[in-house]
Design a binder for this molecule. Structure first.
Ligand code: AMP
Ligand code: ZN
Length: 672
């Protein structure tokens, strides 16, 4: 390759890899496989080696990877968190072994450990107390996520045994078990939230949440695999010994670790787990080899990016070839259309695969799918297999290219696709069967209105009988007693049970109603946030999307979806009906006893996290002293009570409008 071509290729690879790094580390939503990423990185590294003058100090090859998000406090690592050199090839493992033996001779051992597929974490303990949890970040500094780490049950906050150093750091991998991932991801789909691609991303997304109580609801686990302390080498001679001690101190250390006397034993361990990994309750993506003795590790030392005494062998995701039989287009309750590939059944990683996700039209176009194509299906960390590529050599002559349907496969309405969005929607909200039924089912579901006696099948039947077309119709069902009685296998007991359930749902709190409406992107958590901030449906329905976006953790996309929903005349009319039926559309405010008038006519917004009071306590203090809480920052606002980690947009707006910012102490002084 000429130097000019190399420069162009380097620029293209750099741009692409940086983008993938961002998606992986910041968004926790990778869009290519680890293997593809690593091969591109290797290609870039080799070009840079060939033309050292083209090496940019900012090249992705020079970084450990990762970026630091802004909302957490950044902490410098005492011992940098380096990457491991990694390989997919046995030969390269043997080459690594040869390099090690050149320095150490034959007298050493490898500790072989599973390579857990999660996110690495550094934990600091002082006098037996967990004082800090920090992410890897860029390897030099990471995010302080201590509050979130403290919610993980397998990480002790206080050590019970003795014998540990006064101050030490341990490193490990935070991950989510597959079963928990599947359960929680299913809930996300039901709540119309974007599902995570795999357990690792779910774990990464969870650790980056700003709200620790939300983190506590998602079961995470952590395996520890490195110990660091100033006096470590006096206490322990080897990695193996230190791991035994960690277990004694109460840490979760994986039991599938093996001491190997040479590379052949290590290779046997690797080949054993290639299959064995499918029986674990969590994902691993390879095996890590570490030279056991600390003294020998010191002898080998480090490169700029990784230790010379360790390497990881990564398993390639399993792939098989099969034939694409057809594509189904499923319509969800929000009208979103999801293409699913129906495949000739084939065995993969111990399960029979019949279907694969295709995500959206972009994915079909990217793959350039044709009818009856022979496709390569991969099952990586993902639960649902995906099509990675096409074997075009086997393409049937004159095969027809797959065109994304223009019309809804169910009702025939022309599909729409919003600018910047990948998903097609069927806009026929009132006439498209799966949308209507799905919406009512969602409304009645356990997490929303939890209506007794009204299951999914009953809803389907009631719809087919023409009794319900929208949520409001449920509340008129009692008028159709005689039609209900004619429905097969629907006894009078079931009917009265259902009608009672429907009547009782009128008492369900506003947040359940709001969630039950099934507004796109409004899951349970978002519904609760909206309710707490706006208090009643009228305030929410008349708020602009900018005002809605002022609420903590509600982004532009959600805000727009909410304001779009309420701007529809159809929805407005439906809401009037539901209100008349007596459903809850406001929160019952706690009666607050007025203690003083010190804050009379003063308006406040509370934002961020506080040292001594919860936000709720501060709110109550303001109300009890005659003050008012506002929902959005405007010139009418008198004070912004500012804590830590305030949202940047709020801060900017307050500064722009010159709103005085006060601390919690200053607020307390005002009412003393
Ligand atoms: P890579 O991200 O491919 O450079 O691999 C290095 C990462 O593997 C580390 O930063 C850890 O997060 C992770 N890892 C998983 N299991 C282990 C283990 N047993 N020992 C060391 N690192 C591990
Ligand atoms: Zn439709």
């Amino acid at each position: 390759m000429s130097k000019k071509d190399a420069a162009a290729r380097i620029a293209a690879l750099t741009k692409e890899l940086n983008e993938h790094n961002y998606k992986y580390y910041v968004l926790a939503q990778p869009s290519i496989s680890d293997f593809d990423f690593d091969s591109r990185l290797a290609e870039l590294a080799s070009l840079e080696q060939q033309y050292p003058e083209l090496l940019d100090p900012d090249s992705p090859t020079q970084k450990v990877g990762g970026d630091i998000t802004k909302q957490f406090i950044t902490v410098r690592h005492k011992w940098p968190m380096l990457s491991l050199s990694n390989t997919y090839s046995e030969q390269e493992l043997k080459d690594f072994d040869t390099r090690v033996r050149k320095v150490l001779g034959d007298d050493f051992q490898y500790v072989c450990e599973l390579k857990f597929d999660g996110l690495s974490m550094s934990l600091t303990y002082e006098n037996g107390l967990l004082t800090r949890g920090v992410t890897r970040g860029d390897g030099t500094q990471g995010d302080d996520v201590t509050a979130n780490i403290k919610t993980i049950k397998n990480i002790p906050s206080k050590l019970r045994s003795t014998g540990y150093p006064d101050i030490f750091e341990i490193r490990g991998e935070v991950f989510m078990h597959r079963a928990a991932f599947e359960r929680l991801n299913k809930e996300r789909v039901e709540n119309d939230e974007i599902p995570y691609a795999n357990p690792r991303n779910f774990a990464a997304g969870t650790i980056k949440l700003q709200n620790s109580s939300e983190v506590a609801k998602r079961p995470l686990d952590c395996f520890l695999y490195f110990l660091y302390a100033d006096n470590r080498d006096k206490l322990f001679k080897t990695q193996w010994e230190s791991m035994q001690a960690l277990k004694q101190w109460g840490f979760h250390v994986c039991e599938h670790t093996k001491l190997c006397n040479n590379i052949h034993e290590a290779l046997a361990f690797i080949s054993y787990w290639e299959q064995g990994r499918h029986d674990l309750s969590y994902d691993i993506d390879g095996i890590v080899l570490k030279v056991n003795s600390y003294a020998q590790q010191d002898e080998l030392g480090f490169t700029a990016k990784s230790p010379r005494w360790a390497i990881s062998y990564k398993y390639k995701a399993e792939e098989v070839e099969t034939i694409l039989k057809s594509i189904s287009y499923q319509v969800g309750r929000t009208g979103a259309v999801t293409p699913v590939a129906n495949l000739e059944p084939v065995q993969l990683s111990g399960t029979t695969v019949k279907r694969a996700t295709l995500h959206n039209a972009n994915e079909i176009a990217r793959l350039n799918l044709h009818e009856l194509d022979t496709v390569l299906v991969e099952k990586g960390g993902e639960i649902i297999p995906k099509i990675t590529s096409i074997n075009t050599a086997k393409r049937v002559p004159d095969a027809v290219k797959i065109a994304y349907p223009e019309k809804c496969p169910v009702c025939g309405t022309i599909l729409v696709r919003k600018e910047g969005e990948a998903v097609h929607y069927c806009p026929n909200e009132i006439g498209c069967h799966p949308q209507i039924v799905g919406r009512i089912q969602h409304f009645a579901s356990r997490k929303a209105m939890d209506i007794e006696g009204l299951g999914n099948e009953t809803i389907e039947v009631l719809y087919k009988k023409g009794l319900i077309k929208q949520i409001g119709d449920l509340y008129n069902l009692h008028r159709h007693q005689s039609i209900l009685e004619q429905i097969e296998r629907f006894g009078s007991k079931s009917i009265s049970n259902m009608l009672n359930g429907i009547e009782k749902s009128k008492e369900k709190p506003f947040e359940k109603v709001l969630f039950g409406l099934g507004i796109r992107y409004v899951g349970e958590t978002i519904a609760r946030k909206l309710v707490l901030n706006f208090k009643n449906i009228d305030a929410l329905a008349t708020a602009s999307s900018t005002e809605i976006a002022e609420v903590d953790e509600i982004g532009k996309r959600i805000a727009e979806s909410v304001s779009d929903y309420f701007s529809s005349a159809l929805h407005q009319q439906q809401l009037v009906e539901l209100k008349m039926q007596g459903l809850q559309f406001s929160i019952v405010e706690q009666e607050i006893q007025l203690k003083s008038y010190k804050l009379l006519e003063k308006t406040f917004i509370i934002s961020g996290v506080f040292e001594y009071h919860s936000r709720e306590e501060l709110t109550n203090l303001i109300l009890a002293n005659g003050g008012k809480i506002m929902t959005s920052i405007s010139t009418k606002l008198n004070y912004l009570v500012a804590g830590d980690k305030m949202g940047p947009s709020k801060l900017a707006k307050a500064q722009k409008l010159n709103i005085p910012m006060i601390t919690e102490d200053e607020l307390i002084k005002m009412i003393k």
